[in-house]
Design a protein around this ligand. Structure first.
Ligand SMILES: [Zn+2]
Length: 242
């Protein structure tokens, strides 16, 4: 198991540089005992960056999780047991953090206002999108939604990283949550504890992604496109403004 800094704390999430030990090496792949790199998953792209050691360097172009975290690299490969310095492309990652927290917020507000589930999402640096079902908003309703979302951002609600019992979350109508976004429901039933991201008292959502500390870091959300996908599903695309 590779320790992933972002999982347990904001401090770990904001780590841009780190030192780790190489545990396995395969052609084009480096595995470490710990990492600040985020792996592809949950609609969020993997981090990019570099791993350097005494006499070499590998450029990390992708990160995948298959039991352990695999850093896919171009360049040299280190010896198992060597110490490496890792550095992630921070501007790119930070955008993904702001975008991902925005996704949770938008999903929460849409769930609250319209009772729609989030059935898909794709986080990007330039723009992100969320698929809702059932949903069919007009342009003026989207403008109102945007105002509601940005009103919450102005309140600068705090984001918390916690763990919760799955049984406490599932089928609990008391919890205000966008967690119908739930790919997490497809996790094996053996998984009893879930990492949850909370936004103030308005949302609780199981998620393994990277998030900012508070809503003000987002700036503001602007919806730039809506696509009706069949009779019931609507895709909303948004960008962030500083
Ligand atoms: Zn998430």
């Amino acid at each position: 198991m590779t320790v992933q800094y972002h999982m347990s704390s904001h401090e770990g999430t904001y780590k841009r540089k780190f030192v780790a030990e190489v545990t396995s090496v395969f052609p084009g792949i480096i595995e470490l005992d710990q990492t600040a790199f985020y792996h592809l998953g949950g609609g969020q792209p993997a981090d990019t960056g570099s791993l350097t050691w005494d006499d070499g360097e590998g450029k990390v172009f992708d990160v995948r999780k298959k039991n352990r975290i695999r850093h896919m690299v171009d360049g040299d490969l280190p010896e198992v047991g060597s110490t490496i310095a890792g550095s992630i492309d921070w501007d790119r990652r930070y955008l993904h953090m702001r975008m991902h927290t925005s996704q949770h917020l938008v999903s929460a507000v849409v769930s609250e206002k319209y009772g729609s589930d989030t059935v898909g999402n794709q986080i990007g640096g330039d723009k992100s999108r969320i698929d809702f079902k059932p949903l069919k908003l007009s342009d003026s309703e989207i403008n109102m939604l945007q105002d509601d979302v940005n009103e919450y951002i102005n309140k600068d609600l705090k984001i918390d990283i916690n763990e919760a019992d799955r049984s406490d979350l599932e089928n609990n109508p008391e919890i205000r949550s966008s967690m119908s976004s739930g790919l997490w429901k497809m996790l094996p039933s053996s998984v009893k504890r879930l990492r949850v991201i909370s936004i103030g008292d308005i949302d609780v959502c199981p998620c393994a992604g990277t998030h900012v500390r508070s809503l003000a870091e987002i700036g503001s959300v602007e919806f730039v496109k809506k696509d009706n996908k069949g009779a019931e599903k609507q895709r909303l695309t948004y960008i962030l403004n500083d």
